[in-house]
Design a protein around this ligand. Structure first.
Ligand SMILES: Cc1cc2nc3c(=O)[nH]c(=O)nc-3n(C[C@H](O)[C@H](O)[C@H](O)COP(=O)(O)OP(=O)(O)OC[C@H]3O[C@@H](n4cnc5c(N)ncnc54)[C@H](O)[C@@H]3O)c2cc1C
Length: 432
């Protein structure tokens, strides 16, 4: 038997749940179909494997009410608790092959100033509250190499710049568009060093607490273990078929799945040629995030550089003097991200005395429901991809942080922003 709704939302991450919430609040009948056995998508908090007294957040966690308008609004609406990070007391950088406490060799201070000013000037061209793909910014959608060409930066400053791009993208910094890093700088209040401490809040209990509040308060119908295999549009209706053979009909549809997944879903009629072309291969974002229980590192540390790991941040301190450090890299950083000894070698590049006691991580790139980390595009495609994906296919609208058109694309705030925009577009479709 087929179910019929006003709207079917596919994917129960923040984008899908926000779209479903906004449409339900406007009186629409909505069902959310989620392939996995949990909600939250790329936000995922659970006990630390083998250390069940600890918690890990395997995906999105850091937010800022001061900088992110959607986070500010949703936290206020649902009254969920957030906590602030402990201030950093120590920093370690690897640039130009040297472990150092200042990011670049002192002789390169003028280079560092030129690089920071260049990034800040570029970011200032971005009007943060407006869709980025509609602003004249195409000349910033270039490779990192092209962006810093002519600045005559020394090797330490060049490494620092590439390390920032690698950290933001979870990819080879030489292969990706630098636009994401520039947009990020704009989001941080046009602060090139904003990565250091701007996003300094996390949800108590994980981001899922906010998501669950949305589901509960709007009494959303979410069906888990419903992996969508086919989306068919006929005469004013959308028919959804899952791998398990369930069929749902609706008058419109929000596709809020990661964009690497889209080409594995059968669309009838086919998506427009430009979308198919841009979705034909996996994007470049191969983000890796690991959580390590560590001892013997300096108190409240932060690292960034060209080590195997792009960055290490403090997760939290434990009462016995150990701490959980959160590592960022890409899928080439470690041959086995769960191998304690290999992880320890990588951490010791920054902290030679470190002892890694336990390791946990989720492989987002190998997970068939995600097939990657946060979306990163090659030079020349960052703005174009968002523009193309924000064009609806008749009654099917695309949502998700991957297609968000704000400076917070790739973050939870961007997912929420995209979910809100999708709800507005579906409302317009339903009225026509
Ligand atoms: C390692 C990592 C660290 C991050 N750190 C941060 C951070 O600190 N702060 C921050 O703000 N953001 C962070 N992010 C980004 C943030 O997690 C994402 O921007 C956000 O969660 C994406 O939400 P979404 O709804 O767009 O997509 P998703 O959360 O990916 O949701 C998509 C959903 O679609 C489902 N799905 C897939 N295929 C199908 C199908 N065929 N049928 C039905 N359902 C399907 C998936 O199971 C998933 O639940 C991080 C991301 C990663 C990967």
């Amino acid at each position: 038997m087929e179910d019929t709704y006003d709207v079917v939302v596919i994917g129960a991450g923040f984008a899908g749940i926000v779209a479903a919430r906004d449409l339900t609040d406007r009186g629409r009948s909505v069902v959310v179909l989620e392939a996995g056995s949990r909600t939250g998508g790329r936000t995922y908090a659970r006990p630390f494997a083998g250390q069940e007294h600890l918690t890990v957040e395997l995906g999105g966690s850091w937010v800022s009410r001061a900088l992110q308008p959607n986070i500010r609004r949703e936290v206020a609406r649902y009254g969920v608790a957030v906590k602030s990070d402990l201030p950093t007391e120590n920093a370690a950088f690897i640039t130009d092959g040297v472990l150092r406490s200042f990011p670049v060799p002192m002789a390169e201070l003028p280079d560092l100033e030129r690089a920071l000013c260049h990034l800040r000037d570029a970011s200032k061209r971005i009007v943060t509250g407006q869709p980025l793909s509609q602003q004249p910014l195409a000349d910033l959608d270039v490779s990192a190499e092209d962006f810093i060409r002519g600045l005559d930066l020394g090797p330490g400053t060049t490494d620092l710049f590439y390390a920032v791009v690698a950290w933001y993208s979870g990819a080879d910094p030489r292969a990706v568009s630098v636009f994401g890093a520039i947009a990020q700088t704009a989001g941080f209040g046009h602060s090139p060093l904003g990565f250091y401490s701007s996003l300094n809040e996390r949800f108590v209990g994980g981001a899922g607490v906010l998501l669950q509040a949305m589901i509960d308060q709007s009494r959303l119908e979410v069906r888990l273990d419903h992996r969508v295999a086919q989306v068919e549009q006929t005469a004013g209706h959308v028919t959804i078929r899952t791998e398990g053979g369930q069929v749902v009909r609706a008058r419109s549809c929000v596709m809020a799945v990661p964009t690497n997944v889209l080409r594995h879903i059968d669309f009838s009629p086919r998506l427009d040629a430009r979308k198919e072309e841009m979705l034909a291969t996996d994007h470049l974002g191969r983000a890796y995030k690991g959580s390590y229980l560590v001892r013997n590192i300096p108190r409240r540390s932060f690292t960034l550089g060209t080590g195997k790991l792009h960055s290490l941040l403090l997760g939290y301190e434990c009462e016995d003097g150990t701490c959980v450090m959160v590592a960022f890299g890409d899928d080439k950083s470690l041959s086995d991200p769960l191998d304690r000894e290999e992880v320890q070698l990588a951490v010791r590049e920054y902290f030679p005395e470190a002892e890694v006691l336990a390791v946990d991580a989720h492989d987002w790139c190998a997970d068939p429901l995600f097939r990657g980390g946060y979306r990163v595009d090659p030079p020349g495609q960052a703005l174009e991809f968002v523009r193309v994906m924000n064009q609806a296919e008749d009654r099917v609208v695309f949502a998700g942080t991957d297609v968000d058109d704000s400076v917070w694309r790739n973050w939870i705030d961007g997912a929420i922003n995209s979910g809100r925009a999708a709800a507005d577009e579906i409302s317009a479709i339903m009225h026509r």
